[in-house]
Design a protein around this ligand. Structure first.
Ligand code: KMH
Ligand code: ZN
Length: 302
C-alpha cells in the first residue's frame, strides 16, 4: 500500500479567535503554523487567510500573499488554496487569491449546501471581536453556494487555465455523483483526490457507517481512478481519520477542522495534531508521504 498523505488545514473560516488562542491569524502566525505542520509530517497545507487586525476570514489576495511566498520558499509542502473561502464570500472573492497565486492544488466543494456554525456561538461567553457572534449565529440562514456552474468555473479557471489539481470536498453522497458528472464531461482527469467531510451541520454526520458507504459508492463510481482522504469536525476528527488510515485512505488534520488534541483539551498548534496522527499512522504499520511522494501520488504539476 502506498504512503499516507497528511493534509493540515491551518486556520479555515469556521473557528474564531475567541475559541482558541492557538488559532493562527496573522501572516507570521500562519507561516509559522505551516512550517511547523510540514516539519511534523504534513505533505499538504490547506490554506485560508484572515484579516490580521480582527481575525475575520479574508479573501483578500494581499492577506494570502503575506504567507504564501514564505511557505513556498521555506518548505517543500504542497500549497493548497481553499476556493471554499467562507459561505459569506462571493465566488469572485473566493477565486481571487488562487487565480493570482496559481497553486499546485485548490479545494473544490462539490455541492450547494447548508453550512451552519451557530451552535458554536452558544459555547462562548466572552468575545474578543464584535464580528464573531453575528458571524456564527447568522450561519443558520446561509447557503454555501457551489452550483454546477460554479464548479465548472473553478475547474476551468484554476484547473484548465492554471494547472491546479483538486481536493474534491464531498460532504454527502450526492457530491460523489456530481464529481462523476464532471469526469463524464471530461473536465477532470484521474486520479481524483476525494476529501470526505464529516460532521458539518448541513452535510453527513460523523458515523462510521457513512464512511464505509461513501467508499463503497466511490469504488463503484470511480474504480481505481480515485483515492480518498477524511476530515471530520471537532471531536470526531481523530477517530474518523484513524478509520480512514486503517481503510487505506489519507487523512486531514488542522485547527480548521478541530481546535482540540483530545476531548476538552485545546491543541497548542497544528503541528501537535499532525504529530498525533503521524504516530497513529506509523503504529498501523504505514508510512507518511513526503511532499514529493504526495505530488507523485496526486499527479501534481510540482
Ligand atoms: N472547512 C471544511 C469543513 C474549503 O476550504 O474549501 C471544508 C473546507 C472547505 O475546507
Ligand atoms: Zn478549508
Amino acid at each position: 500500500m502506498r504512503e499516507i498523505i497528511i493534509t493540515c488545514a491551518l486556520t479555515g473560516s469556521i473557528h474564531t479567535p475567541s475559541m482558541s488562542p492557538h488559532l493562527p491569524i496573522t501572516a507570521d502566525e500562519i507561516t509559522a503554523a505551516g512550517l511547523g505542520a510540514a516539519e511534523a509530517g504534513a505533505a499538504i497545507l490547506h490554506l485560508h487567510a484572515r484579516d490580521p487586525e480582527t481575525g475575520k476570514p479574508s479573501a483578500e489576495p494581499e492577506h494570502f500573499m503575506g504567507f504564501l511566498p514564505r511557505l513556498k520558499q521555506a518548505s517543500a509542502a504542497v500549497l493548497n488554496i481553499s476556493t471554499g473561502g467562507s459561505a459569506v464570500m462571493s465566488l469572485d472573492q473566493r477565486l481571487a487569491a488562487s487565480k493570482q497565486a496559481a497553486p499546485e492544488m485548490a479545494s473544490l466543494n462539490m455541492g450547494t449546501m447548508n453550512f451552519a456554525l451557530y451552535p458554536m456561538a452558544e459555547r462562548i461567553s466572552e468575545w474578543k471581536h464584535d464580528w464573531e457572534k453575528p458571524f456564527l449565529e447568522g450561519s443558520d440562514d446561509l447557503v454555501f453556494k457551489n452550483t454546477p456552474r460554479d464548479i465548472a468555473r473553478i475547474l476551468t479557471e484554476l484547473g484548465r487555465d492554471r494547472g491546479a489539481r483538486f481536493e474534491f470536498e464531498c460532504y454527502d453522497l450526492s457530491h460523489l455523483y456530481m464529481l462523476r458528472h464532471f469526469a463524464d464531461r471530461g473536465l477532470i482527469k484521474a486520479p481524483f483526490f476525494i476529501q470526505f467531510v464529516f460532521g458539518v451541520l448541513g452535510g453527513m454526520g460523523p458515523d462510521p457507517e457513512n464512511l464505509t458507504h461513501m467508499v463503497r459508492i466511490a469504488d463503484k463510481l470511480f474504480g481505481e481512478d480515485y483515492m480518498f482522504s477524511v476530515l471530520a469536525a471537532g471531536r470526531h476528527q481523530m477517530p474518523l481519520i484513524t478509520m480512514s488510515a486503517a481503510m487505506g485512505g489519507h487523512v486531514r488534520v488542522g485547527l480548521e477542522d478541530s481546535l482540540t488534541i483530545a476531548r476538552g483539551t485545546l491543541a497548542q498548534s497544528n503541528a501537535e495534531q499532525v504529530a498525533k496522527i503521524r504516530g497513529i499512522v506509523e503504529a498501523l504499520g504505514r508510512t507518511v508521504a513526503t511532499p514529493d511522494q504526495a505530488r507523485a501520488i496526486l499527479g501534481l504539476k510540482g
